[in-house]
Design a protein around this ligand. Structure first.
Ligand SMILES: *Cc1c(COP(=O)(O)O)cnc(C)c1O
Length: 358
């Protein structure tokens, strides 16, 4: 079907980050390490023994939601799982956004947030982050005064790196009224606190409790699994269920999620290794002619001081290193983002960058 009158023709272009065949892939914030061997063995065994693939999956994903509820100290009715946190965000906007509703966010931030707002034909309310790319109290006030139905807040923020202090989230919650505050914690395991602490099952108004969105794609080393979830008040979980397809979460994924959670210690150890590699990487960048921003996540934002960002990106690709170029983003002109890889990958990146910047 063609023609400008089709609904598809009026949609924004799809969201994607270019992939190239290189040796050092540091462009999509994946884990540089594979998931634990023990997990893979358990998964292979469980697929044979208990996947029940002739039957439809458990629509309520009870085992997985119960396991996640235990991790976060909430009730299973407060957890909702989907195919990646991107699908959780989509369901949230299907349920709470849409024509005639306002969706607020603070730029620069994860591009999928505004993309989903447009896709659901919500009215976008754009706030601006401050110099460190955090949300200043005055800007939070200005945005909440416009009474958004949904506020999307990425913390730690992608692609800039810092997480918001508790006071900012509390300020937004108390000003949000009936609006829903969604905190995207894709990098939550790298931060020193989580807004899950503020989820209140008995909160009287929607705005009084955040919806926290998490993923298995980053710290859990399972980007290929496509599994994410929300922790929220039970009413929000009911709305998300109503906005999703029946049997949207397959049996294999439910099984894999439950088994992955048993390897929590290994996940934490991996996060520690990545944080150590991040310090090394930040130290290396500091000795080159680039500006580097602080990070509470598994990536670093940087800007070459005397070189064009696109040429730097090309120079790195020529040395088989792929990072994310952000130079086209308003407020991030000349910037690039590098994922923290293994120590060896970080070294390869630093060597290549030093060559490109001569
Ligand atoms: C990577 C990322 C996600 C993860 O999306 P999945 O669909 O779970 O892979 C979500 N939000 C942000 C901000 C991210 O950077």
């Amino acid at each position: 079907v063609t023609g400008d009158n089709t609904a598809i023709a009026r949609l924004p272009a799809g969201y994607h980050s270019p992939q190239l065949d290189v040796e050092v892939r540091l462009n999509t914030n994946e884990s540089p390490e594979a998931p634990p061997e023990g997990f893979l063995d358990e998964l292979a065994g469980a697929v044979r023994e208990s996947a029940g693939l002739n039957r439809y999956p458990d629509r309520d994903a009870r085992l997985l939601r119960t396991a996640l509820a235990e991790v976060h100290g909430v009730r299973p009715e407060q957890v909702w799982c989907a195919n990646g946190s991107n699908e959780v965000l989509q369901a949230l906007l299907l349920a709470y956004g849409g024509p005639g509703r306002r969706v607020a966010l603070f730029e620069p931030t994860y591009a999928l947030h505004s993309h989903l707002a447009k896709l659901t034909r919500s009215t976008l309310v754009v706030g601006q982050r401050d110099g460190d790319f955090l949300v200043a109290p005055g800007e939070a006030e200005r945005v909440t005064a416009l009474q958004p139905d949904v506020i999307l807040l990425c913390s730690p923020n992608n692609p800039t790196g810092l997480s918001e202090p508790r006071s900012t989230i509390e300020g937004l919650l108390s000003a949000a009224g009936e609006g829903l505050l969604v905190v995207d914690e894709a990098y939550g395991q790298f931060a020193d606190w989580s807004a899950v602490e503020l989820v209140d099952a008995a909160a009287p108004a929607a705005g009084a409790s955040p919806v926290v969105v998490r993923t298995f794609s980053k710290a859990w080393a399972l980007a290929g699994l496509r599994l994410g979830y929300a922790v929220a008040r039970p009413e929000v979980i009911e709305a998300l269920t109503a906005a999703s397809l029946p049997y949207h979460l397959d049996s294999l994924k439910q099984l894999a999620g439950v088994l992955a959670l048993r390897h929590d210690d290994e996940m934490r150890a991996r996060v520690e290794r990545i944080v150590a590699a991040r310090s090394m990487l930040a130290g290396g960048l500091a000795s080159l002619s680039v500006e580097v921003w602080p990070s509470d996540a598994n990536f670093l934002l940087f800007r070459p001081l005397h070189h064009d960002a696109h040429q730097v990106w090309e120079g790195l690709v020529a040395r088989s290193v792929l990072v994310r170029e952000l130079s086209g983003w308003e407020r991030l002109k000349g910037c690039l983002r590098v994922t923290v890889g293994t120590t060896r990958e970080c070294e390869r990146f630093l060597e290549a960058l030093a060559e490109v910047l001569v």
